[in-house]
Each structure stands twice: as structure tokens, then as C-alpha cells.
Write a protein that binds this ligand. Structure first.
Ligand code: GLC
Length: 478
């Protein structure tokens, strides 16, 4: 434990706080001393980026900013009938927000959608971004899911800290907000799987990277949010979704555990798959050709490793290892206990590749050459081993530590934290690192990136007090 670094991180997290009418409501994405016009939207508070900040605050006993954030962002949720009653910052935001037409180029936003980020201008105006301003006009599917999970963590913190009177989830506006998010996630689509169908770049990877369809990270967040919502929704006979949620949860869990799972046994089965099978009894449901299995996979998992594939669709298994999806799957019990151990085996066995000089790779391996060209559209920010395309993101320290604790493999996390401690502070807390080993500060990385700082704090707080894991995990079902 590096006390000097912890103190620095704590102070920097505090400096990143964003206020609305003098009340703390979030944290900016990066607190870099660059001119405003060069900051793009890094002066915004992103819902996904606030998640580790929120956890860090809860672990510091600072519940107020998290409650404010939850009320404030709930006020921004797309809601046609626009509930105005309600308390605190929710009501204040709804008053200000009133009259703002939530249409983008004439298209009404889906009810329940949460913004990717929001800004509070110097005139105290609230400017949410639902993707209408974001680079690439990407839809933030993950925001509402992170929001529900953070609400669950806040509620548990009130319980653990012995302040049950501060709980908010049962308030009318919160019940409505949760239901709207669930409705949009559970709505019928052109799809026949229990996984959630989403457009390209709808989560942390918010650029073109072939992560459309059914990407693992969204499925893991969906699973986590559904479980969390079950704890928070009041039993309401009128809301028949409770039964639907239970059913969806069990179908989703089974589906991911069986179909996304890759280990030596499963890989050998795929090598021997029959193809072009017609009819309900087909074993190779998505018509996967054995030639599509990349050569690196089997030796990479060796005998003891395994992981959940990045995506699955017609004729397509995305064999890339996506860290956040795999770690979240461990945290929320989407992976079975055995699968969770095998994912941790893989991370340990392949630590030179997945952790390298800085924990940890967002995905592995990088797309190169023609794949990079066609998949990313020649995106210069996502060149091989950079940014989303195989770059290393220190924010993942919190989820790595949580997954390590959940599987009782704490040494993996301790080693990773020590490694991060070697560089993070001297390197000014960058957003990401470049290179196969993650040895160089990312070419376009922001400095003093808040979720890098918060991720480091949460990882340390979890090691100091493993009980904090309860904030965002469940009693195991297996
Ligand atoms: C980049 C990342 C995204 C993050 C945002 C703010 O757009 O891809 O995941 O939320 O920066 O840090």
C-alpha cells in the first residue's frame, strides 16, 4: 500500500468534483490543464466513468455526492410524460429540463434512455449528451445499466453505514426510473436470443470496433443490472415485469454460460462442429465454421484457462478477450464459479499479455492490418495496441481486484496494484497506455483521468476492507 499515492488520488478525486448550484453532482472525466476547446467532452461527467468514482466515495463514507448524482441523472432520463413530482435534485433538474424537447433530428429518444454524459455550463445550464453531440453519434446503452448498479451500491452503503433513512430506491421517481430502463432493455426486438441486441459502440468502447450485436460487456452489465433491480423494485402486482425479469435472468445466464464459454474442451468441440445444419435440433446453431477459430486461441487458453467470448452471432464468434466483460461476469455471478476460476487462471497464465506493464488490456489481441482497416474504418486512434484496440486501461484495476476477491485470488490483484503504483502517479494518471506490453502512455491519452484515479482508489479500498465487495455483488446463486 502506497500511502502517499492514496492521499494524492483522494485529493485528485476531490478536485474532479463537478457542482450544480453549489451541490456536488458528479466528477469530470479528466481534470487536465488544457484549454477548454481542446478538452472535447472530457469536462463532462460520464455516467460510466462516475461508477468507480461513486464506489470510491461510498467507500470513503461520502454518500451525499452519490445520492445527488443518482437524483440528478434520473432527472435527465428520457421520459415522455415527464414526471415532475419528486424530491431533491431530481425535482430541480426536472424543472430546469422541462420544455426541452428530447428529440434528435426529429426522432424521439427511446423512453428510459440515460445520457452518456452531462455538462453544467458556467451559467449553470444542464447539457446532457444522449449521443447527439458525441463523436460518432453513439447510443449510450450502458448508462442506464451502470446507473441501476450504482443505485444498488448506494442502497447497500446506507444499510452498511447504518443510515437506512437515507435510502432512495423506493421513492416513486426512482421506481419509475428503474422500470423505464428495464422496459427499454426488455422490449421486443428483431431477435430470438435472451441477450440484448445493441448498436455499434454503445458502451465503454464508443468507437467502431465490431462490438455491435450482442457484445459481452453489455450482456454482463445487463445481467448485473437485472439482479440489482430485483433487489430494489417494490413488489407491485401491476408491474408484471418482475416475473419477466426472473425468466430473462435465468435464460440469459444459461445462454452465456453455455454459448459464450471457450475452454480447451469447447474449442475442440467447435473444431469438430458439423456445419450447414437445418432444423431445431442443430448443434451448431449459429453455423460457425471451424476455420474461423484463430490459431492463437487453443495454445493461449492452454489446459487450465477459459473465458467468455467477446460476441456471438450468425457465423461469428468474436474470439477476442474483453477484460471488462469477463471481470463483470465474475463479479455478478454470470460466470459459474468454475468458469470464474478458469478466467482467473487465464489472466494469471497470460499476465505478460493481459497485464504487461500496466493493468490491464481492454481487449486482446489487437486488430491488425486489413482487419484494423475494415473493422475500425482506419481509425487512427484505434491503431493496433492503442486505445480500445488492445490499449491498457488502469481503470480496470477496480474490476480486476473485485473479480480476484470474488474468486479468492487476491494475489493477482495485489500484484497488479503494485505494478500500477510504479507508474501511475509519475505518469500523471493517464487514461490509457499503448503498446503490446502497455509500456508507453497512450498517444492521445488524457492526463489526470478521473476513472484511472478512482479505479486505483477502489482497488486499494477493496484490499483494505474486503467487505466493500458487498456493495456491488450478490449472495452467490450457485
Ligand atoms: C472515451 C472512452 C469512454 C469514456 C470517455 C470519457 O470516449 O472511450 O469509454 O467514457 O472517454 O472518459
Amino acid at each position: 500500500m502506497n500511502h502517499r499515492m492514496l492521499e494524492e488520488a483522494k485529493a485528485r478525486l476531490k478536485q474532479s468534483i463537478m457542482t450544480y448550484q453549489q451541490k456536488p453532482v458528479g466528477t469530470v472525466a479528466a481534470k487536465e490543464a488544457t484549454p477548454k476547446e481542446e478538452q472535447l467532452n472530457y469536462g463532462h461527467c460520464f455516467i460510466r466513468d462516475f461508477f468507480p468514482s461513486g464506489l470510491a466515495f461510498l467507500m470513503q463514507g461520502e454518500r451525499g455526492i452519490v445520492r445527488n448524482f443518482l437524483e440528478f441523472t434520473l432527472g435527465l432520463q428520457s421520459d415522455k410524460t415527464g414526471l415532475k413530482s419528486g424530491e431533491g435534485l431530481f425535482a430541480e433538474v426536472r424543472r430546469t429540463w422541462q420544455g426541452k424537447e428530447l428529440q434528435i433530428d426529429g426522432i424521439q429518444l427511446g423512453e428510459g434512455l440515460m445520457p452518456a454524459s452531462f455538462e453544467v455550463t458556467s451559467k449553470q445550464e444542464i447539457e446532457p449528451d444522449f449521443g447527439q453531440r458525441a463523436i460518432g453519434r453513439v447510443t449510450p446503452v450502458d448508462s442506464g445499466l451502470w446507473w441501476i448498479i450504482l443505485l444498488g451500491a448506494y442502497e447497500k452503503a446506507c444499510q452498511i453505514d447504518n443510515h437506512p433513512e437515507e435510502k432512495i430506491a423506493h421513492r416513486e421517481e426512482f421506481q419509475r426510473g428503474i422500470k423505464l430502463i428495464l422496459d427499454i432493455c426488455l422490449s421486443k426486438r428483431f431477435d430470438m436470443t435472451p441477450t440484448m441486441l445493441v448498436p455499434e459502440a454503445s458502451f465503454m468502447i464508443d468507437r467502431r470496433m465490431a462490438v455491435y450485436g450482442h457484445p459481452l460487456e453489455i450482456q454482463a452489465l445487463f445481467h448485473h443490472a437485472l439482479r440489482s433491480a430485483c433487489d430494489q423494485l417494490l413488489i407491485d402486482e401491476k408491474y408484471i415485469k418482475i416475473r419477466e425479469i426472473d425468466k430473462r435472468l435465468s435464460l440469459l445466464t444459461k445462454y452465456i454460460r453455455e454459448r459464450y464459454w471457450l475452454d480447451p474442451k469447447r474449442l475442440r468441440a467447435i473444431y469438430r462442429y458439423q456445419t450447414e445444419e437445418f432444423g431445431e435440433t442443430a448443434l451448431n446453431k449459429f453455423n460457425i465454421y471451424e476455420n474461423s477459430v484463430p490459431e492463437w486461441v487453443l495454445p493461449w487458453v492452454d489446459r487450465k484457462g477459459g473465458y467468455l467470448a467477446g460476441n456471438l452471432g450468425v457465423g461469428w464468434i468474436d474470439f477476442r478477450f474483453f477484460s471488462q466483460g469477463n471481470l463483470l461476469a465474475i463479479i455478478s455471478d454470470l460466470a459459474t464459479p468454475e468458469q470464474a476460476q478458469m478466467i482467473m487462471n487465464l489472466i494469471e497464465m497470460q499476465s505478460s499479455k493481459l497485464i504487461g506493464n500496466m493493468p490491464m488490456k481492454l481487449c486482446y489481441p489487437a486488430l491488425v492490418n486489413r482487419d484494423w482497416e475494415s473493422v475500425t474504418g482506419c481509425d487512427p486512434k484505434n491503431i493496433p495496441w492503442s486505445y480500445h484496440n488492445g490499449g491498457s486501461w488502469p481503470v480496470l484495476l477496480w474490476s480486476l481486484t473485485a473479480a480476484a476477491q470474488k474468486t479468492k485470488r487476491v494475489d493477482v490483484a495485489k500484484k497488479a496494484i503494485q505494478l500500477a503504483e510504479k507508474y501511475l502517479s509519475d505518469d500523471q494518471w493517464p487514461e490509457y497506455y499503448d503498446g503490446e506490453e502497455g509500456a508507453i502512455i497512450g498517444r492521445e491519452a488524457r492526463l489526470y483521468q478521473t476513472w484511472t484515479i478512482a479505479g486505483y482508489l477502489v482497488a486499494n479500498y477493496l484490499i483494505q476492507n474486503p467487505n466493500y465487495l458487498q456493495l456491488f455483488t450478490f449472495d452467490s446463486l450457485d
